[in-house]
Design a protein around this ligand. Sequence first.
Ligand code: AHR
Length: 498
Amino acid sequence: MNRWIINPLCKKAKINKAVYGHFSEHLGRCIYQGIYVGTESSVPNVNGIRKDVVEALKEMRIPVLRWPGGCFADQYHWRDGIGPKEQRKKIVNTNWGGVVEDNTFGTHEFMELCTLLGCDAYINGNVGSGTVQEMSDWVEYLTSGNESPLTQERCENGQEKPWDVAYWAIGNENWGCGGHMIPEQYAYEYRKYSAYCRHHTLGKKLYRVACGADGADYNWTENLMKVLSVPAPFGTKLVEGVSVHYYTTTGGWDYKGSATEFTDKEYYSLLSRALFMDELLRRHTHVMDRYDPNKEIGLVVDEWGTWYEVEPGTNPSFLYQQNTMRDALVAALTLNIFHKHADRVHMANLAQIVNVLQSVILTEGDKMVKTPTYHVFRMFSPHQDSTVVDSFIETKPIGMDSIEIPNLHESVSVSEEGILNLSICNLSATESFEVQSILVETNISEITASILTEEPHAYNTFDKPETVEEQPFTDFIIQENKICFSIPACSIIQFAVK
Ligand code: AHR
């Protein structure tokens, strides 16, 4: 029996809904075909944007979408993607396969997508090959309601009113594809760029994200924070968020492994690497705490997810991969970790939303399928903007050879209406476990629950899209303030307790 102690009296930080964010990049079939098919397509669309994908993402309650990259962002010049489509410049997508980028999906199309989705926009500006002027102009073009040559141009391109842009990244991976900089060098650049990135609409604020570390590079965070802590005149705030990127592979960058064909050992190896997110956030937070003890600056995990070898027979530069029940567990445990770090983690963006790495949606022509990861995001969505409460579960170690992970993983939050959201996953590939959740000082009046469970290799295909799907879960007993149930191997359960 594993006891799960939940204390709703001990409320912690609010979970920013933006930790359920996603990432769209001009990479492979993410934007073109996955999101945008053009107005002439036979795939049902609104101004070229796929209707089926928009509907599915709305149902999943997507809160924020990052665009246009990734590495693509630091080669992207926004002016190439505005104005009449037939006059837009065709460029080479040098990061992702050298394919032609015809820029038919640009600023107006992205903002229309966010409007259709009802989500916030997170735009990633170009530091690596751009200029301060270019970035500053883009922010003005998007967000200013005043008269200026740029707003005039926006009107001529069909958008009279300024848009609201919630988040703005100043460069991407500037230690790598975004310019091979060292942390101090980037930090100096950041100070300059950020001075010219203001939301131009009165009363709105742009949340500016500085490029953070590559995984466990705590030295980057240290040096970035040091330079950003040097005060600007008049107490001007310099930064709202610092990013970090972390991808989960089967055995490191030398052995990414297969998405669908893996041994038990590889299964546990991947999950243990996903669990590293907790240490990563703790240690980056520890560095940030020294410069920002009041936790005013957020940690933004704006790229995360599993990264495997591409699906056999697909373009290696397009990074297209399948998504199994194992990926669903990675999503669930990672979201649990984000909840537990809600006081510092303000946003996170799973890479990439359609047809690339740990995608929630895959498409093929006019077909679309929701992946197991999609179902986790939908099931866990009640956590968005809820408040984390204290919880602890007794676990036992499981795994293979030297790989050891806990059998169970959990998090709990309470909504504004007082509903308790309990999430638990069983990471064992083979064994079920008995759980007794004990809810301190709680009168349980009603419980609804759902489960996602299948064997680890299971995935959804265009022909069999419902192999891994959320199902109602009723196999539990309520005893006063306790919920007793058995959690099957390789499964995720979400409870709503009133
Ligand atoms: O997600 C694919 C790539 O991974 C992104 O473009 C880049 O930021 C990261 O290295």
